[in-house]
Ligand binder design. Structure first.
Ligand SMILES: [Fe+2]
Ligand SMILES: [Fe+2]
Length: 291
């Protein structure tokens, strides 16, 4: 962190803002998203889990701040973009969870039509979480936007996609998130959606300006090129992820109605805390690679 960095309004401008305001911004962003959850006991557990994992949130803020404080060596940047992607590219498991909901609905169509409709609606709201990622509506696939960003910042080639650059903690995070949605009870998958969509809202809003500052001042991109290169971050800001959280809440309500399942606050809390812990571990492992 540069001691000469000037104080600036929260979340805007200098890299030092990420380091001095990053943690507070992540907390505020998550609290902002999580407050949309109508299920009050579950909302309370979500917020308590966030507070219990303060160290993980600190590790995340510190890692982004340290990465953006300099131009890291090429292999470090490759590792960063490969490993970070494992924590945010989850549209496939969102859709897998939706498939499980609609399969339950199909199984009940003949016997309990109201329940079947509720299950289809749960799957439908889950689908809406992945619309932008999948380019529904004709916009660019988010995978392509991430590819453009990572390739530009990792030496203009796509070696960053090689598995050799994926840290063990990132593999563990991805495996855990996929298993939560595809193999654990559907309710566990929904808990993972709730914590994830609120978190991504906070992360992307928080890093937006620091990444632009880094692209221009450290990586030497003209303003127009920086904006084009960072489109992957920009498209997730301005309410995109908060909307995903709202869709996740609606999916939960429909699923409870259609399946007869009940919220297990202990199981939910365990999923929420694991999420923060595993994400924090990825970012801490990345920090250990920085010069
Ligand atoms: Fe996305
Ligand atoms: Fe999302």
């Amino acid at each position: 962190m540069s001691s000469a960095a000037k104080p600036a309004p929260a979340l805007s401008g200098a890299v030092s803002d990420m380091r001095t305001h990053g943690e507070a911004s992540l907390f505020l962003g998550m609290q902002d998203a999580y407050s949309q959850l109508d299920h009050l006991p579950l909302r309370r557990v979500l917020l308590e889990s966030l507070m219990a994992e303060q160290e993980s949130v600190q590790a995340i803020a510190h890692s982004f701040g340290a990465f953006l404080a300099a131009v890291q060596p090429l292999d470090v940047r490759r590792r960063f973009f490969c490993s970070w992607q494992k924590t945010n590219n989850s549209a496939m498991s969102v859709e897998g969870l939706a498939n499980r909901m609609t399969a339950e609905g199909e199984a009940r169509v003949a016997s309990v039509r109201d329940a079947a409709l509720a299950l289809f609606r749960a799957g439908g709201r889950m689908n809406r979480v992945a619309d932008e990622d999948l380019g529904v509506g004709g916009q660019a696939l988010h995978f392509e936007l991430y590819y453009r960003m990572a390739t530009e910042f990792a030496g203009q080639d796509d070696l960053w996609q090689s598995r050799q650059y994926c840290l063990p903690a990132a593999v563990e995070f991805k495996n855990w998130l996929d298993a939560s949605r595809l193999r654990s009870p559907v309710m566990t998958g929904i808990y993972s959606l709730l914590v994830h969509e609120g978190y991504t809202h906070a992360e992307l809003e928080t890093i937006h300006d620091p990444f632009h500052h880094w692209a221009a001042s450290q990586m030497g991109l003209a303003d127009r090129d920086a904006r084009r290169t960072l489109a992957w971050i920009t498209v997730h800001c301005g309410g995109t992820e908060k909307n995903h959280f709202a869709h996740s809440c609606a999916s939960l309500a429909h699923y409870l109605e259609g399946s007869g399942a009940e919220v297990d606050l202990d199981a939910a809390g365990e999923t929420f805390r694991n999420y923060f812990r595993l994400k924090g571990a990825v970012m801490a492992q990345l920090t250990a690679t920085y010069i």
